[in-house]
Write a protein that binds this ligand. Sequence first.
Ligand SMILES: NC(=O)c1ccc[n+]([C@@H]2O[C@H](COP(=O)([O-])OP(=O)(O)OC[C@H]3O[C@@H](n4cnc5c(N)ncnc54)[C@H](O)[C@@H]3O)[C@@H](O)[C@H]2O)c1
Length: 345
Amino acid sequence: MSSKHRVALIGAGDMGHHHAAAWADLGHELHTVIDLIPQRAEDIASKYGTSRVICGGPEEYKAGIDGEIDIVDICVPLEYHAPMTVYAAEQGKHVFCEKPIARNFQEVKQMRRAVESANVKFGLGFQRNLAAGVDMLREWASTGVFGCPMVFSSDLLQEVRPKRFMHNRNSNNGPIVDACCHYFLLWQTVFRSRPKTVYARGGTAGKLREEIAHFEQLALDTAVITIEFESGDVGAMTVSWGLEKNTKLSGRPDRIVGPKGGAEAVPGANFHWDLDLYHDGGKTSHQLPQKDLFAEELSAFVEAVDGLRSSPVYGFATGKQMLAVSLAAIESINTGRVVEVKYDE
Ligand SMILES: NC(=O)c1ccc[n+]([C@@H]2O[C@H](COP(=O)([O-])OP(=O)(O)OC[C@H]3O[C@@H](n4cnc5c(N)ncnc54)[C@H](O)[C@@H]3O)[C@@H](O)[C@H]2O)c1
């Protein structure tokens, strides 16, 4: 049984709301909520009986990391993941941070150094990969239901994001860094193998859009990415965050195929999906249990903090691997070459 911890939540946006609900469900104290926008912090604070709200400039979060707090939960844009993790670890706090881990390897190194010197735990939010369907696909793949090699293909097609920082190259750096990491991790988990090479073509479809024109550097927002894994399996995706307004084109469902069969995701609510399996000439539909994925990942993190398991579900190793694949895809687009994924600096 885990102890009750006092949490400071930085970032009261969408992910902040999900995490706040999970902390409450798990019986921990959401002690402090911090956001640049007072109304957002107040909304969460009033819902969960939070005793302290801190608002102000981008450095104000430091005022909420003090002796009252055990865990700092970071749900803000990517440029803050490294400095906030480093600061919180230096204050002796355990840190849970939303994906992606950071903007580059140098930031990951700084985060890791701070966490290791302070001997605190670091967990990374990749809750989607805890969905029951991932385990089921992994099981089918490993028992040869699809045969080899397998091809996993995914689509993500959306309009220019209303959260502008997603398009800033110096922040979340577009979908290749921000969103594709979920798919890279999914494929890697199902194939039980690491990405080896990446070939990608793409550009910035939303470059003429006024709402993001103020950024000094715009992220790539549209790409076709093909990844060959060490196992010989292949992951492929078409991604765009650059569609015109009101272009409600939905991507094709995630699907995996091999010489012996295939499976297709049937998406539901709350990051949940069911699966249709095609095998032995027939089709079976599999309804999967809906789990609270945020509570599951935070619960595992707290168990690691309490010494009940050796590490959180995901941390530096996974975060850095996914970043390596994203950076390889960007390099491939920029050079026109097939790029080997570099896992080390
Ligand atoms: N795991 C997932 O499925 C998933 C889904 C969406 C987003 N994310 C990640 O979560 C993070 C946050 O995304 P979001 O969708 O919640 O964004 P959001 O815009 O909904 O919320 C971010 C909040 O952070 C606040 N903020 C920004 N800078 C701050 C600072 N310096 N100090 C205090 N508050 C600050 C903003 O005011 C905003 O309220 C991103 O890294 C994103 O990639 C993960």
